[in-house]
Design a protein around this ligand. Structure first.
Ligand code: XUL
Length: 526
């Protein structure tokens, strides 16, 4: 019988499923639900609830739960052999938090298959909405926690990152300060990943070191809760957090809810989930240290595997636990695909193909125009005043603006990733925009490094499916090797390598100096 594993990815805008056949080393099923389109009753825009304050970004845990039901309905309709799946794992958008009251545990243990998850879960939240990674409203709390932990360097060395607005610790502190009674009624705090794992397992699930590192609450070296960080954040926090456990570790059998309602095998295992970026490390096969990927998604991220834990003393980058056991580095840029989309719409460009064609009509230019596309408050560099800044760039020149936005995104990555001290011999490109060759040529030229495309549109969900397989093999007494597991699934597209062009590299080696000056000037203006 085929060995099937299910990986789910609960991201900002969608919930995706990937089913793999481990022995055949193939993906046998993929599906994505889009929150805005497929669950319009929750009224999200790009997966986020509208809010008058541009710094506040929340979503709804009930939406994520409803999406899980809906995805299982679709899998059943699509005749996915749910009864043959051996284990389920998953990944979630990082940092987002879910607040549960003291009814949650009992309710999760007795999910009623005659009702929907949404109906089952009503009344178990001590906070109806969840702050997510796009939220930038906790600058004050970041400063308070950072101060108590001894400054940027000390905070990064203790928890893997300086305090960041989207990180869960500062978000929890804000909740405790602004809604003390609701905080007090909170019995359990979950991440998006551990909340979704709790639904599948029918019990409060542990948090893994991949996602746990995105909270400013975990000791990055010991991979346990950091007592001082907990104290600096909010009272009685230790009691509200679940234990930490390795990514993909078996929690137990899947909840009978999914067995009775959708025909999952009663023996199928539910495992600990992880964050979407750590899962992508697996899904892209970035197992060896020094392997680097750029993911062009809602956020653009630059990440890779690292054997020894080395943190960024300047506090811009992060170190997370890797589900493969080592560490991963990550830098997250908030103005990713939505910023590119804004430019595309602003110039009335009908699709991404035309965007790429327009960009390809222009050439990298010495002393060329610079665009800082901070449509939203930016994470790196830290910038809380959204705004567009143009230097030597005509606003009505559509082609030049298409080039300038992507050049800026890539130059920013190059500039702000220097602390990692990694000179990759190749960058793996993934995410929606990685299909666009014109964009990838700019990437190769700015980074002065060949770029390979990996044809995995759902790298996080694939990583989650591999994590389910790993957890199942370990629980069966085996000692699986990550490299062997990922190899068959993650080969780059043959002939897809894009090499940097020497003259363009020379231009960008100069232009990046101008970019750094412009970025400084724009930051000083704010
Ligand atoms: C990473 C981050 C984002 C989210 C997107 O630190 O905030 O990449 O994980 O889902």
């Amino acid at each position: 019988m085929a060995k099937l594993f299910l990986g789910l990815d609960s991201s900002t805008q969608s919930l995706s499923a990937v089913v793999i056949d481990l022995d055949a080393q193939t993906v046998v099923y993929e599906k994505s639900l889009n929150f805005d389109r497929d669950l319009p009753q929750f009224k999200t825009q790009n997966g986020v609830l509208p809010n008058r304050d541009p710094l506040v970004k929340h979503s709804l845990p009930l939406l994520w739960a409803a999406a899980l039901d809906r995805l299982f309905v679709e899998m059943k309709q699509d005749r996915v052999p749910l009864g043959e799946i051996l284990a389920v794992s998953g990944s979630g958008q990082q940092h987002g938090s879910v607040y549960l009251n003291d009814r949650a545990k009992a309710r999760l243990a007795k999910l009623n298959p005659a009702k929907s998850l949404e109906q089952n879960l009503r009344g178990i939240f001590s906070r109806a909405t969840s702050p997510i990674w796009m939220d930038s409203s906790t600058t004050k709390q970041c400063a308070e926690i950072r101060k108590k932990l001894g400054g940027i360097k000390a905070t990064a060395r203790a928890t893997g990152s300086d305090t960041f607005e989207r990180f869960t610790g500062p978000q929890i502190r804000k909740f405790h300060q602004t809604e003390p009674q609701a905080y007090q009624k909170t019995a359990h705090i979950a991440l998006v990943s551990s909340f979704m794992a709790s639904l599948l397992a029918g019990k409060i699930a542990p948090i893994d070191p991949g996602d746990g590192a995105g909270m400013n609450l975990m000791d990055i070296r010991k991979k346990g809760w950091h007592a001082e960080a907990l104290k600096a954040t909010a009272p009685q926090l230790g009691r509200k957090l679940p234990p930490l456990a390795p990514s993909g570790q078996v929690i137990g059998k899947v909840s009978p809810y999914f067995v009775k309602k959708y025909g999952l095998n009663p023996e199928a295992l539910a495992t600990t989930w992880t964050g979407d970026n750590p899962a992508s490390v697996l899904g892209l096969g970035l197992i060896k240290p020094g392997m680097v990927a750029i993911s062009l998604g809602t956020s653009d991220t630059f990440f890779g595997t690292m054997r020894q834990c080395r943190t960024d003393d300047h506090g811009e980058g992060h170190v997370f636990g890797s589900p493969a056991g080592d560490y991963m580095t990550l830098i997250c840029f908030k103005n990713g695909s939505l910023a590119r989309e804004q430019i595309r719409e602003r110039y009335g460009i009908k699709d991404w193909k035309s965007f790429g064609q327009l960009l390809a009509k222009t050439k990298p230019k010495k002393g060329g125009g610079i665009l800082l596309p901070w449509f939203e408050a930016e994470i790196v560099p830290r910038m809380n005043q959204p705004g567009l800044h143009r230097f030597d760039l005509e606003e009505d020149d559509a082609a030049a603006n298409c080039r300038a936005i992507f050049e800026a995104q890539m130059m920013s990555m190059r500039l702000h990733s220097q602390w990692m001290g990694v000179a990759p011999d190749c960058i793996y490109a993934t995410g929606g925009a990685s299909n666009d060759l014109a964009l990838l040529q700019v990437m190769a030229n700015v980074m002065n490094c060949p770029v390979r495309r990996i044809e995995i549109s759902k790298s996080a969900a694939l990583g989650a499916a591999l994590q389910a397989a790993h957890g199942w093999l370990v629980a069966s007494g085996k000692k699986p090797k990550w490299e062997t597991l990922t190899n068959g699934f993650t080969a780059p597209i043959p002939g897809s390598e894009i090499r940097p062009s020497k003259p363009a590299v020379r231009v960008y080696d100069q232009l990046i100096k101008k970019f750094a000056v412009c970025e400084r000037a724009a930051l000083d203006l704010a």
